[in-house]
Design a protein. Structure first.
Length: 336
């Protein structure tokens, strides 16, 4: 919580500094009275709003079903859908797109949703077997063959968030330092950012694609350590058939994780840049193309799947408790 407050205040301050240097159509600055007071008031207001949303998310998590913050983000994305539908209607009415393209868009959206579900639930199952255990004076084979699941997309949506944050970093820095740079350098940087460093441009898509690949490997390496997994398997007397416990198991897990992470990273990056490809090829506004892929659709599908799973788990628990209560009541009636 404390780190969230610090990060929010710092990010809000940088955003407000960039706002101070922006000018409107008439040439006046966007900020009515730029200065230290404007920065402090704006940063405090944004930080307070973030704390309020964080508290609301915690209350939803404790009292409701699902992750509160995720559900708030989910609702924010879904709330844009009517506006996107209105934009599509205006494009059709103006003759900019045909009904055939609309049908193709819905087909692509359904295919991408199925692709995201596959990416969310996809896993590589590695067979594991528990060794023999001593029972009394005899050595008994403990259980049968089980499996160790390795997710294709261990990092989730985190790589897209990190990559998107870095992609907007040059524009933010230019808004801050642009006025103090030499005129020639400032004009060149402004021209480069406005022409090439914008969503839909080939250079922008290229860099974002490889940043997502990098952060997929980076985050997976942080949260999943093959050495720790191999040591835990060895401590519990569990082995992978065909591989010795210890270093050999670690090497095998590392090789498997490297391959499936590459597949998951490429799939995630393709889904992330899909809206930009639609913007470049068809000229669709971002309000419409965001529902054909990207972070928005990944979050919507992921939160929906997680919420459905939690609802099913709650129903199973309630049915089990109801079954136990019914069994207890019938046994008492038989006793008396």
């Amino acid at each position: 919580r404390y780190s969230t407050v610090v990060i929010t205040f710092a990010q809000a301050s940088m955003l407000l500094v960039s706002f101070q240097n922006q000018q409107g159509p008439s040439g006046d600055t966007v900020a009515y009275s730029p200065g230290l007071a404007f920065l402090l008031q704006g940063a405090l207001a944004m930080t307070t709003g973030t704390i309020l949303v964080m508290w609301m998310g915690e209350q939803i998590t404790q009292q409701g079903i699902g992750n509160g913050i995720s559900l708030i983000i989910f609702a924010n994305i879904i709330a844009r859908f009517p506006e996107a539908a209105t934009s599509i209607g205006m494009l059709v009415r103006n003759g900019r797109i045909s009904m055939v393209i609309i049908l193709m868009m819905f087909a692509v959206m359904i295919a991408v949703i199925a692709f995201i579900v596959l990416l969310t639930y996809g896993q590589r199952r590695i067979s594991i077997r528990k060794g023999k255990q001593q029972v009394g004076r005899r050595m008994m084979q403990a259980g049968g063959t089980s499996y160790l699941p390795l997710k294709i997309n261990t990092a989730g949506v985190i790589p897209i968030i990190f990559a998107s944050s870095l992609m907007i970093f040059p524009s933010t820095i230019f808004q801050i330092v642009g006025p103090i740079l030499p005129e020639g350098m400032s004009i060149w940087m402004e021209s480069f950012i406005s022409q090439y460093w914008v969503p839909g441009n080939s250079i922008y898509i290229f860099f974002e694609f490889f940043l997502i690949l990098f952060f997929c490997y980076f985050y997976t390496a942080v949260v999943f350590n093959p050495k720790d997994i191999a040591e835990n398997l060895q401590k519990n007397g569990v082995a992978i058939p065909g591989y010795k416990q210890g270093a050999k198991t670690e090497e095998y897990l590392d090789s498997i994780l490297t391959r499936i992470t590459l597949a998951g990273a490429v799939m995630l990056a393709l889904v992330a840049i899909l809206p930009q490809i639609f913007i470049r090829v068809t000229g669709l506004p971002f309000m419409v193309s965001q529902f054909l892929g990207g972070t928005s659709l990944i979050i919507v599908v992921g939160v929906a799947l997680d919420t459905v799973n939690q609802i099913e788990n709650h129903l199973r628990v309630r049915n089990y408790e109801g079954f136990r209560a019914g069994s207890t009541g019938s046994s008492r009636r038989r006793r008396f």
